[in-house]
Design a protein around this ligand. Structure first.
Ligand code: DGJ
Length: 326
């Protein structure tokens, strides 16, 4: 084995928030700003691959598969895209989300596509979503097009697939000072209609439905720096949505993380809802970590409550939904 190739990682027993998270090759998982989607009897994790040896002209999305949410097998860089809209060398691709499509049997990826408009001060002034499609969940994905959903500026995107299979895109829109929830078309290739506009300026949006109530989480707009993330509730996706409230002790700035997704595991004994967050390292993005942790949820309340000062190692029995702490 060459010196540069890592040795395969031994199976792990726990998810360890904030630590390096080696995949099956022993390489720290590159799935930042991502989301986990169930397909068949496995979970697929897609996210920004910020590997140092990536071609600097391309932006890459990695895909991993797991059957226990702890041990993840690298399935490859499922998108290695060169500037698809001639935005310029600083172009940005962030926060990929993949929707399996029952109607077409295809897999549709949305991502935040951005860059500097000519003469604009901001590197995030293009503010569009990109769409890519694949025949298999682990790719390869082919770029289809980009657009501004509902004609609005769109930066951070989030994903929600309801229990009835309807699929939604959540997107933050700076000029309107809030976020939109939009239903996707049955083929998932377009935004069909606005479901809600929520006048709360949050990004990193994610939604879960639990006991007939919708819970939405997101962060304040502080770039890469963590803040006290918030949650809102509503009986219907269309709203009305509650005022934003803390779900973690605000002085911890969500334990240094930013929301990206909510994962619901419906087990035979209980349903677990897991917070998926990023601990960004803006000066060394490939070294960014993950904060995944079960949430206390119910009756309109949401809490990220570690057993100690900080979220520690834990695991989940994906059959029963039961969570165990190390
Ligand atoms: C916050 C967003 O949530 C991230 O995805 C990224 O766009 C940073 N801002 C960039 O500052």
């Amino acid at each position: 084995m060459s010196a540069s190739r890592p040795s395969p990682a031994a199976p792990r027993r726990f998810i360890e928030p904030g630590q390096l998270w080696p995949d099956d090759r022993g390489v720290h998982i590159q799935a930042h700003g991502g989301a986990v989607v169930r397909h068949g009897d496995a979970w697929f994790w897609f996210g920004e691959d910020r590997s140092r040896d990536n071609d600097p002209a391309r932006r890459c999305i990695a895909c991993y598969v797991s059957r226990d949410l702890v041990n993840w097998t690298f399935r490859g860089q499922v998108l290695r895209l060169a500037d698809p809209e001639n935005i310029g060398p600083e172009w940005i691709l962030e926060r990929p989300k993949v929707y399996p499509c029952a109607q077409t049997g295809k897999f549709v990826m949305y991502f935040h596509l951005d860059g500097r408009l000519p003469g604009h001060w901001s590197r995030y002034s293009v503010a569009r979503v990109g769409v890519a499609i694949a025949d298999a969940i682990d790719g390869e994905y082919r770029f289809v097009r980009s657009f501004r959903p509902l004609g609005q500026e769109s930066r951070d995107i989030g994903q929600f697939i309801d229990d009835d299979g309807e699929a939604y895109l959540i997107f933050e829109s700076r000029p309107t000072k809030g976020f939109f929830i939009a239903r996707l078309t049955p083929d998932r290739l377009d935004v069909a209609e606005q479901v809600a506009f929520v006048a709360a300026p949050i990004e990193g949006g994610a939604i879960v439905r639990h006991d007939g109530l919708y819970y939405c989480i997101g962060s304040h707009l502080t770039g890469w720096w963590p803040n006290a993330n918030k949650f809102l509730t509503a009986e219907r996706l269309a709203g009305p949505w509650s005022e934003p409230r803390d779900f973690a002790p605000p002085e911890t700035a969500t334990f240094g993380s930013q929301s990206t997704n909510l994962l619901k595991i419906v087990g035979t004994k209980q349903t677990a809802v897991i917070y998926l967050g990023d601990i960004w390292r803006p000066y060394d993005l490939p070294d960014s970590r993950y904060l995944w942790h079960p949430l206390e949820i119910g009756g309109g309340q949401l809490h990220l409550e570690p057993r100690g000062w900080m979220p520690g190692p834990w695991s989940i029995d994906v059959q029963t939904g039961e969570v165990a702490y190390a």
